[in-house]
Design a protein around this ligand. Structure first.
Ligand code: NAI
Length: 702
């Protein structure tokens, strides 16, 4: 099968890209397109040309494997192809059925007209990989749809539906049968000698690109795009379209593209992209393991997490029963869910019909018998082993024999919970993150007995719910929270030694976290954090900071009490001298001489211990691969994706540096701060985590 088929339909040459699975514009496709174009241009029997896809896809864009390797620059390049397209004197129409993303849309934008099917979706998602559309995408989109729409669409990378694309002028028409309509229109354009609409030559809408438009937009996305190269260059490139001659603006776009392509951010984002896909592969689970179909679900506990989990099911179209201990507790939980949906509708992020439909899928119940129809039950009651074991024993009696029983515990032993049932093979952890209806990560936890089908089911379920699932082994804190303990403690040690909450948060936010660790503590509630801390039995040699306890004792519970590590006016945090006095008091008491701590030290001391623990987790097989840990941190803990996740970042900045920090800390912090043996081995051999790839099944605890 050729990558592009060529056929003649009475005077119209139809070029169909046929390169499964997604019609990526790899070299064979570009070559075949070029040949098709040349042939159609030269053939006197051809009056017009239609470019289309097959299999419900126009083209998903560049071949992502080619981006880093330079193969994307092998001739014919996308841009050479586009020059050929712009040079053809024959009407050239794109018929877009299904998706046209990235380079796929850039090709379509180079055609003289675009006709989409009703299900067409178009977009320039390059920003998600740290890139900008480098084949004229920022230029042609701006010329067709105007700079305001271009800024919005290209910096977000969002897909546009057919109707919206039509409204914006990205599509010229929408039809039930895009191909038939495109062929008709192409023939008509040739017959009537319509003047060819070359996007490069359109300039009416460029006047809308006023200096205010750009400065306003830069201000608007400043917080979200902080520290990121691609969104900044996309704006620059669109501004160039509006202010410079076309030739110059296209050249600049190219230059910005290369700058992004060669940036560490692009490499980090590409790493995350592949890591996310790799995380789905579980060694030891045969590829043909059929996940259990989930048609009905149930959730026990309608608190913070249970409510969000129920919403996740409902949003994915799965009916869900929600069980609580009392009618009052149930009503409280349902009330929160209703308020959440209403807020989304008010914000405009969800339309009212869909919100109502989702809400109608959530059924409050108070009797366990109502759970008998569920294919999976997720428990989200208090974090108390005895309570959970009781719930599971009861559940085991009423749940359908095939049903999976899952727990949302964040720390407890899955095996002890499973042992309370007669079906430990069907027991598993599904650790959602708060708010559960929003956060992308689903950390699934495998118990000793969890069966292959159980694991395959919760991994598949993650995707059904629109989450990014990662599998972890069963140990205290699993992957994410086990590493986080070190981050949290280190923040307090730094306070004792001379840092301020404000300095620590500024450094971490500067690194790219949405919130620094102390601001996060205030948000989650310092009393909650302290309870968890108190429940932990720490080794006797371990350094311990009394700061959190003192903060709680001072009634500084966090945002909810108007003060914590900061004082709050609404949600605005304000530095509070009282906190500094409290911290200085602790330093004095402990006999620590406060010193000024460099920002770099703060960054390394917060991240290196977390990474060190990540290496232990990897070595023990609790995480299958280092990149799984990166996925956990990017999607569950706000680690900046453009830094690639903690393990990727550590590898880039040198594993030896992590070892060095840990050697320095261990004598005062305790044995758990010793360098992880795996890290020592890797850094001594100058190796990366790839060399540590474990094919062991996670499940054992070190
Ligand atoms: P929560 O206190 O907000 O909700 C717990 C709910 O369970 C309450 O509404 C309570 O009435 C209900 N409940 C208690 N015993 C019950 C029983 N026997 N039957 C039915 N309902 C019962 O707690 P939250 O924060 O939602 O935590 C739930 C679980 O999720 C815990 O295991 C927690 O460790 C875990 N988790 C919490 C996260 C968070 O950020 N809050 C994040 C990830 C996991």
């Amino acid at each position: 099968m050729p990558a592009v088929s060529y056929r003649l339909e009475s005077e119209v040459a139809v070029l169909s890209i046929a390169h499964p699975p997604v019609n990526a514009l790899s070299l064979p496709v570009r070559t075949a397109l070029m040949e098709g174009l040349t042939r159609a241009s030269a053939d006197a029997a051809v009056a017009a040309i239609v470019l289309t896809g097959t299999g419900g896809t126009f083209s998903s864009g560049a071949d992502i494997h080619e981006i880093g390797s330079g193969a994307a620059l092998t001739s014919p390049t996308l841009r050479e192809l586009q020059s050929e397209m712009e040079a053809t004197p024959k009407p050239l129409v794109a018929a877009i059925d299904g998706i046209a993303f990235g380079g796929g849309l850039e090709i379509a934008l180079t055609c003289h007209w675009r006709i989409g099917s009703r299900s067409a979706r178009v977009g320039l998602p390059e920003v998600k990989l740290g890139l900008l559309p480098g084949a004229g995408g920022t230029q042609r989109f701006t010329r067709l749809a105007g700079p305001a729409a271009a800024l919005e669409a290209i910096t977000s990378g969002a897909a546009l539906g057919a109707e919206r694309a039509l409204e914006l002028g990205v599509l010229d028409a929408v039809a039930d049968d895009a191909l038939a309509a495109a062929i008709d229109f192409a023939r008509q354009a040739a017959r009537e000698r319509l003047s060819l609409r070359v996007a490069r030559g359109l300039d009416e809408r460029l006047r809308e690109g006023t200096p205010e438009l750009f400065s306003e937009f830069r201000r608007r996305i400043a917080a979200k795009a902080r520290g990121q190269l691609a969104p900044a260059r996309i704006i620059d490139s669109i501004e160039a379209a509006c202010t410079l001659p076309a030739e110059e603006a296209f050249r600049l776009e190219r230059q910005y593209f290369l700058e992004c392509r060669d940036s560490p951010q692009r490499r980090a984002l590409t790493h995350v992209f592949f890591a996310e896909r790799e995380a789905r592969r579980i060694p030891g689970i045969p590829a043909d393991t059929e996940p259990l179909p989930i048609r009905q679900a149930a959730v026990i506990g309608a608190g913070t997490m249970g409510g969000g989990i129920a919403m996740s099911f409902a949003n994915a179209g799965i009916p869900v029963a929600l069980l609580e201990v009392s009618p009052e507790a149930l009503e409280r939980g349902l009330q929160v869910i209703r308020r959440n949906y209403a807020a989304s509708v008010n914000r405009g992020s969800l339309d009212a019909t869909r919100a109502d439909a989702a809400l109608a899928r959530i059924h409050g119940v108070s009797d366990y018998a109502a759970l008998a129809g569920a294919d999976i039950v997720i428990e989200a009651v208090f974090e108390d082993l005895n309570v959970k074991r009781e719930v599971f024993a009861r559940l085991d009696k009423v749940a359908a024999p095939h049903a999976i029983l899952a727990t949302n515990t964040s720390t407890l032993d899955i095996d002890l919970i499973g042992a309370a049932t007669s079906r430990p093979g069907q027991v598993v952890g599904t650790h959602f993150f708060s708010p559960a209806n929003v956060m992308k990560l689903l950390e699934n936890v495998r118990g000793r007995e969890s069966s292959a089908q159980t694991i395959a089911t919760v991994m598949a379920l993650g995707r059904t719910l629109g989450k990014i699932p990662v599998l972890a082994g069963n140990c205290d804190g699993f992957i994410g929270n086990r590493m986080l303990m070190f981050y949290g403690s280190e923040a307090e040690f730094l306070l004792e030694e001379g840092a301020t909450p404000e300095q620590i948060d500024r450094v971490m936010e500067g690194f790219g976290f949405a919130m620094g660790p102390l601001a996060v503590r205030d948000l989650a509630g310092n009393d909650v954090g302290f309870l968890i801390r108190k429940g932990r039995r720490l080794p006797a040699d371990e350094r311990w900071s009394p700061i959190l306890e003192r903060i709680v004792a001072a009634g500084r519970l966090g945002q909810k009490s108007g003060k914590g590590f900061y004082r709050y006016e609404g949600r605005t945090r304000i530095v509070d001298p009282e906190v500094n006095a409290l911290i200085e008091g602790v330093s004095r008491e402990l006999g620590i001489r406060r010193r000024s701590i460099p920002d770099e030290e703060i960054l390394e001391r917060l991240l290196h211990p977390l990474i060190n623990e990540g290496a232990r987790i990897l070595d023990e097989g609790i995480a299958i691969r280092a990149s799984d840990i990166d996925v956990v941190y990017v999607y569950g803990y706000g680690f900046p994706a453009y830094k690639g996740g903690p393990m990727f970042w550590a590898e880039q900045s040198g594993l030896a540096r992590v070892v060095e920090t840990m050697r320095r800390l261990a004598p005062t912090h305790g044995a758990r701060w010793r360098p992880a043996p795996l890290l020592e081995r890797l850094s001594a051999g100058n190796l990366g985590f790839g060399a540590a790839r474990s094919d062991a099944n996670p499940g054992k605890c070190g």
